[in-house]
Design a protein. Structure first.
Length: 348
C-alpha cells in the first residue's frame, strides 16, 4: 500500500514539475525547435568538420557559420520575398481583379470544356464567375489575415535567432552525451532501446533527408525556372512546388504541369515546352534519383502519412512544421513499433 501511494505521489510530482518546466520553456520553444531540426540536418557536416579540427567547440562554431551562410541568410531573404508576393497576391484577390481568370475561361482551348461543365452543373457562365470570384476573394482576405498574424517584429526575431544559435552550438557539441543520458532514462529494455534508436535514425533520414530535402531541391529548381520564364510570383510557386512534392502519386507535377498548360493556353508555346522539359527531366526526376540514394534500404513512412504530417505540421507549428511535422510523426511511429514488439514478446 505504501509503495502504491509512493508511486502515485511521485507520478503527480513528476507531472506537476513537467508542466512547470513546459511553462518555463514555452517562450523559447520556437528557437529550440529550429535548433534541434538544424542540428539533426547538419550533424553529418559537424562530424566532418570535427575530424578536421578535432576540437568540438571550434567544429560546432564552424558548423553554425556554415548553417548561417547556406540556410539562414538565403532562407530569410526568400521568406521576405515570399511574404511580399503573398501580400500582392492577396491584395489582388481581395480587390476582385480577375481579368486573368476571365481570359483563361474564355480561351478557345478550354471554352468547350467549360461549356460542357456548365451544362452538366446547370449553371450559367456568370453564376460560375460569381462563385469563383467570391471564393477567391475570401481566400485573399484569409491570406492577408494570416500574413499579418505570422510576421513578427524584428526585435523578437533577432532575440530568437540568438537563442537558436546558442542552442545549436551546445546540441552539436554535447549531442552524443545528451543522447546517452536520454538512452539511460528511456523506460524500455536495453534491446528495445537500441531498436528504437535505430528506427528513429532510419525514419529521420528517410523522412527528413529523403522527403524534405528532396522537396526543397524541387522547389528551388521550380522557382528558378518560373523566374527565368517570367512566371509571376516565382518564389510563391516554387514554395508551392516544394509542398506539392509530398502529394501522393502526382507530386510536384501538381504545380508545374498546370503552369506549363497555362503558358500554352496564353500563347507562350516555347516557354511551355521549356517548363515541361525541365519539369519532366529536372523537377520530377529528382524524386526518382535522390530518394533511392538517400533512403536506401532504410525504413520509411508511407508518402500519404508524410504528406499529412507536413500539412498538419505547418498548421500547428508554422513554417518549421515542414520538418517538425514529419519528424514528430517519425518518432511516434518508432515508439509505437517498440510497444508492438514488446507486446509481441509478451504474447510469445
Amino acid at each position: 500500500m505504501a509503495n502504491r501511494f509512493y508511486f502515485i505521489a511521485l507520478t503527480v510530482l513528476a507531472l506537476a514539475l513537467g508542466y512547470l518546466s513546459y511553462q518555463i520553456l514555452k517562450p523559447f520553444l520556437s528557437p529550440i525547435a529550429w535548433a534541434v531540426i538544424l542540428a539533426i540536418v547538419f550533424y553529418p557536416v559537424y562530424i566532418f568538420v570535427l575530424r578536421v579540427t578535432r576540437v568540438k567547440a571550434i567544429a560546432s562554431l564552424l558548423t553554425i557559420i556554415i548553417i548561417t551562410v547556406i540556410i539562414i541568410g538565403p532562407f530569410s531573404y526568400l521568406s521576405f520575398l515570399l511574404v511580399n508576393e503573398l501580400t500582392h497576391i492577396s491584395e489582388y484577390l481581395k480587390e476582385g481583379k480577375f481579368e486573368t481568370l476571365t481570359d483563361l475561361l474564355n480561351s478557345p482551348h478550354i471554352k468547350g470544356v467549360v461549356d460542357e461543365i456548365l451544362s452538366f452543373m446547370n449553371m450559367t457562365e456568370e453564376e460560375m464567375k460569381s462563385t469563383l470570384s467570391g471564393n477567391i476573394s475570401s481566400l485573399g482576405r484569409e491570406i492577408v489575415v494570416r500574413i499579418a498574424g505570422g510576421v513578427g517584429d524584428i526585435v523578437t526575431g533577432a532575440v530568437n535567432f540568438v537563442f537558436m544559435v546558442f542552442s545549436i552550438f551546445f546540441l552539436l557539441k554535447d549531442g552524443p552525451e545528451f543522447l546517452r543520458k536520454t538512452h539511460d532514462y528511456m523506460p524500455f529494455p536495453e534491446e528495445q532501446k537500441e531498436r528504437l534508436e535505430i528506427q528513429v535514425r532510419d525514419i529521420i533520414v528517410s523522412t527528413v533527408y529523403g522527403g524534405v530535402l528532396v522537396a526543397v531541391a524541387q522547389g528551388i529548381i521550380g522557382g528558378v525556372t518560373y523566374y527565368f520564364l517570367g512566371v509571376p510570383s516565382p518564389v510563391f510557386w516554387g514554395f508551392s512546388t516544394a509542398v506539392a512534392s509530398f502529394i501522393p502519386l502526382v507530386g510536384a507535377a501538381a504545380v508545374w504541369v498546370p503552369a506549363a498548360g497555362y503558358l500554352f493556353i496564353k500563347g507562350f508555346a516555347l516557354k511551355g515546352v521549356i517548363l515541361a522539359i525541365i519539369g519532366i527531366f529536372g523537377i520530377s526526376l529528382i524524386d526518382n534519383i535522390l530518394k533511392p540514394i538517400i533512403i536506401g534500404g532504410r525504413t520509411k513512412m508511407p508518402i500519404l502519412i508524410i504528406f499529412f504530417s507536413v500539412l498538419g505540421g505547418i498548421k500547428l507549428f508554422g513554417l518549421i512544421g515542414l520538418i517538425a511535422g514529419p519528424l514528430v510523426m517519425a518518432i511516434f511511429v518508432s515508439v509505437v513499433e517498440i510497444f508492438r514488439n514488446i507486446e509481441g514478446g509478451k504474447n510469445a
